[in-house]
Write a protein that binds this ligand. Sequence first.
Ligand code: F6R
Length: 606
Amino acid sequence: MCGIVGCIGKKEAQPYLISGLHRLEYRGYDSAGIVTISNDNKATLLRAKGKVSSLESLIGKNTSKDTIGIGHTRWATHGEPSETNAHPHQSGNVYLVHNGIIENYKELKTSLKDHVFKSQTDTEVLAALVNSFYNNDTELVDAVTQALQLVVGTYGIAVVSARNPDEIIVARSGSPLIIGIGDDETYIASDASALIGYTTQAIYLNDGEIAVCRRDGVKLRDLAAQPISAQVETIEIDMQAIQKQGYDHFLLKEICEQPVTLRSTLSGRVNVEDELVKLGGLNLTVEEIRDIEHVTIIGCGTAYYAGLLGSYYLEQLVDGLTVDVAMASELRYRSFHLPKKTVALVISQSGETADTLACLRELKRRGVKTLGIIIAVGSTIAREVDGGVYVHAGPEISVASTKAFTSQAVTITMFGVQIAQAKGSGAKDVAKFIKELDQLPNEIEAVINNYKDRIADLAKRYAHYEHAIFFGRDTLYPVALEGALKLKEISYIQAEGFAAGELKHGPIALVDDTFFEVALILDNWLFDKSLSGLAEVNARGGHIIAITNSKKQIDAEEVLVIDTKLDLLAPLVLNVAQQLFAYYVTVAKGFDVDQPRNLAKSVTVE
Ligand code: F6R
């Protein structure tokens, strides 16, 4: 949430700042701003409401040759989206950009009598606080350190001073920051994607660390001003992964690349011939895996739904295993109890979600073994879990999550197979799951190739509705929740997902001509029960689109029969049809597919 960039070197700073902000725009697009400092101590501050392109249009008249600068793209927390509330915030010579929330900003503000506040942000308070310690005898890093000692909350910050064009100070507590090491250049980014093409060498800042970034290198210290040694790591994202590659939108690209990303998720892990699954990185012995009695799964939003779907598969795969799934934003404040021999699966695309991270830390505090199922390599959650699996799905740039869902659910399933094999239980289903895991990428490819046009046509015809209900039973219940989330977050059609059996307990009262319904139906032992739910909605004048793998008669306004040989994993195939549907509805409505209103990728605040 929010993006930070910065650079100091020999080249002009503005081009990197703008390019970096474009790459990080998916983390917030309410406003954007940059400041650069010249060698003769002049600051060029540019800020604009809205997207980075609005900021970019200011550059023409304000081009600077300065070689040091910082920038920010904002997702509003305190104060409306406006130019005044845009970062960088200034106080005296100090310019500061910030991700996170300063919880005690009101209290701090009362003590800062010398500063005239212009914005409604907590960030301006932090800028003024730093400036209050920044007198003629003080180094910027010391002023920042003193200020941070008084702060309660979360932050990733970058600070420059018009008095000193030779350093950028960055600090982190709860909000990611990465320092890229170039040749006589140092870069700053809150997300590795902004560094691609500039450098592959990076230092991931840890909580409580402050860095002094200069042209010729970086020095780290802690909040007590004690030096810390820095560990330089290699960033492994390639340029292609963050480009649209000919697609109209990142979302369509990310939906369509699922066969490829899924093959990477499965690669080297599923061995069909020997009917074996082996996930590296779990840091668990076979005995420890065999002893697992309880799995608790946590995540938020789409990651939570992937976890929910995964929980059905874990139960099917492992006899006697208890599984529960919790939304991290809820679990973190509950007085929950976990039995012994619990393993927690922490699901996150970004690896930075604040609620998920807070749960992870609480679980670790209680001594629970935590395993991450993460996409973003080097992210905070990935670094803090006891073990886990990178799902190798590549970065998601579109704000709405798609390929992550598929790869996360599949990874949980692989984990289930591994537990089942360690315990020696459920042999029949294990073989079937392994076979279907292997077939899944091709089956998803077929949906994309064979049904895209039909789904686009369907989407155009249903785009005018104001409301939608998605429903399904068993493994299709999480898929219904995910289908509704995808549709609502990008098309703004109010959409809710329900367990099909629950409709008659209340939600069916909603059905009228302003609604359409998506009924998800599998050709399995629940087929007849699914048809009764459908009939009940039909009887009340529903406008049902049935999405199914069944060729049997289904009475609905539209029936989309997805031809797939899969059975257990067919929900993941139907979900891809839903993803395409949400995409094409949004295109038909002319909304911003990749950056829907009010949202941002990577929710690093509560
Ligand atoms: C929905 C979506 C969000 C995320 C959620 C968790 O399309 O993207 O619901 O799934 O914010 O994010 P991660 O997976 O990064 O923890």
